[in-house]
Design a protein around this ligand. Structure first.
Ligand code: ADP
Length: 473
């Protein structure tokens, strides 16, 4: 497995931070080094200048004062006595100061690199840099002035390393500070990355669980939040929710279908077994075959309706939409029945011309046919069925009214459910799917279907669909 996202972010963050820290450190190092070296050179000049005030010359015979005679150093030189007072500091904090003759002869003082620098030309008031056996030194020469002091000079020396000593403290402190910062930064970055990316882990583990256990009730259920990951988790949950209800619907359909198929199948089996038990006369065979045919027709209708329902739900493309003349659809519906004069029922129509809707003609015909068929099926002998279609408020309103058996109040809510049949309808040829299909088709067309009914007086089913040509409505 490759690096986790968390680590990748942390590493990148850490690398950038290390780079920044290194740059800062280098800058601190360079700047402080420059400042310290300059400080060392200034200090060197200062020390030498201070010592220059401690060297005097007297003509020979002019004795200096008594105090000086006890503590100072006296050098005879060209008829003068050169006095180096006791305040002359020849070595302090690594800075050495010494008195020289112009020919390079060391007269007084300490100088660690006196020998090596004796050949060095007399600098005049400038700090020079000399390298002696791998160490760089600052050298400052100061000619002395005044009677008897001509030709003498002071040379101060201090090594670069002396300044670097102080630098190493600064370096150490800043190094520790920066490494601490880096560690805190990287650690903080890691913790934040881990916290921020936790939802991904939750989503991934939920997805894994759903995949492994087929348990569609699982959800990521993140704490509230509004970032992209929370959005992702919410979408994931919504998707699983939808899958869950789809599977649930599928499960229920399968259960309902098996249940509904069982009755006609059992009747066919029982009828066949009974008839085959012994020799029958032709009339009995005919009756048995008619029963089998009736149940077979019921089975076949059931299977057709089920296929239709699932095709509409899961394969929307099977029914392309286009403008449909609903008036023509309504006019065509019920033609067969009224022509045949089914049970003496009279079919009437009150259809407005050219009512257009956007939809699928086959499905819309199916929808209207289903309710019209019901009106005949549950109508009374010699009754009436009225199909009417009008535009109303931008909708096409199609209703089918009968004066048949009507529907009990308690059944009204459920007649659009799949396989629901009132007790009185159970024995008929219907499958209980007609209205479920009708409702599904209406909803597919962004329309509604409703019913008003009174037991024993008749029913009116009303379908409302969005009208295509509202301006003419
Ligand atoms: P079926 O195949 O049983 O007709 P439907 O889904 O078409 O199934 O109808 C469901 C139930 O609604 C029917 O069984 C019947 O009880 C009731 N029903 C439908 N239309 C009418 C109607 N016009 N008059 C009275 N009852 C009806």
């Amino acid at each position: 497995m490759g690096l986790s996202l968390r680590w990748k972010i942390t590493l990148w963050f850490g690398a950038v931070m290390a780079l920044v820290v290194t740059l800062c450190f280098t800058a601190v190092f360079l700047v402080s080094n420059e400042v310290l070296q300059k400080g060392a050179r200034d200090k060197l000049v200062e020390d030498v200048e201070a010592n220059a005030d401690e060297v005097f010359a007297y003509e020979s015979g002019h004795a200096p004062n008594a105090e000086g005679a006890e503590t100072g150093r006296y050098l005879d030189r060209n008829g003068f006595v050169v006095e180096v007072e006791e305040d002359f500091i020849s070595l302090m904090n690594g800075t050495g100061v010494a008195l020289y003759e112009s020919d390079g002869q060391l007269l007084y003082g300490m100088n660690k690199i006196a020998r090596e620098t004796s050949s060095l030309a007399l600098g005049n008031g400038r700090v020079q840099t000399v390298e002696v056996s791998g160490v760089r030194w600052y050298v400052y020469d100061r000619p002395l002035e005044g009677n008897g002091l001509e030709g003498l000079f002071l040379r101060g020396t201090v090594s670069e390393a002396q300044a670097a000593l102080e630098l190493s403290d600064i370096t150490r402190i800043s190094l520790v500070a920066m490494v601490t910062l880096l560690v805190i930064g990287v650690l903080g970055g890691y913790l934040i990355a881990r916290r921020q990316l936790r939802p991904i882990e939750q989503i991934s583990s939920t997805a894994k669980q759903v995949g492994e256990t087929y348990d569609l009730t699982r959800r990521v259920d993140l704490d509230p939040g509004a970032d992209e990951l929370h959005e992702l988790a919410a979408s994931f949950d919504a998707m699983v929710e939808k899958l869950d209800s789809a599977f649930d619907a599928q499960r229920r359909l399968t259960a309902d279908v098996s249940h509904e198929l069982r009755t006609p199948t059992a009747i066919i089996m029982a009828q066949c077994e009974y008839t085959l038990e012994e020799e029958r006369d032709p009339e009995e065979y005919r009756e048995a075959l008619e029963t089998v045919q009736r149940q077979g027709a019921k089975l076949s209708g059931l299977v057709d309706d089920i296929l239709e329902i699932s095709r509409i739900r899961y394969n929307g493309n099977a029914y392309p939409f286009q403008p449909v003349d609903l008036s023509a659809v309504a006019a065509a519906s019920g033609a067969g029945m009224s022509d045949l004069g089914v049970r003496g029922i009279t079919l009437e129509r009150d259809i407005e011309e050219a009512v257009q809707v956007q939809g699928n003609a086959t499905l819309l015909q199916r929808l209207v046919d289903n309710i019209v068929a019901n009106a005949f099926r549950y109508g009374i002998d010699g009754g009436h069925v009225l199909i009417s279609l009008h535009r109303h408020d931008g909708s096409a309103v199609l209703s089918v009214a009968d004066d048949g058996i009507g529907i009990a109040q308690e059944d009204l809510e459920r007649i659009f459910d799949r396989f629901y049949q009132s007790d009185r309808a159970r024995t008929g040829v219907g499958s209980g799917l007609g209205l479920a299909l009708a409702k599904q088709i209406a909803e597919l067309h962004e329309g509604t279907i409703s019913v008003e009914s009174e037991l024993g007086r008749g029913s009116t089913f009303t379908v409302r669909l969005p009208c295509l040509d509202q301006d003419r409505g």
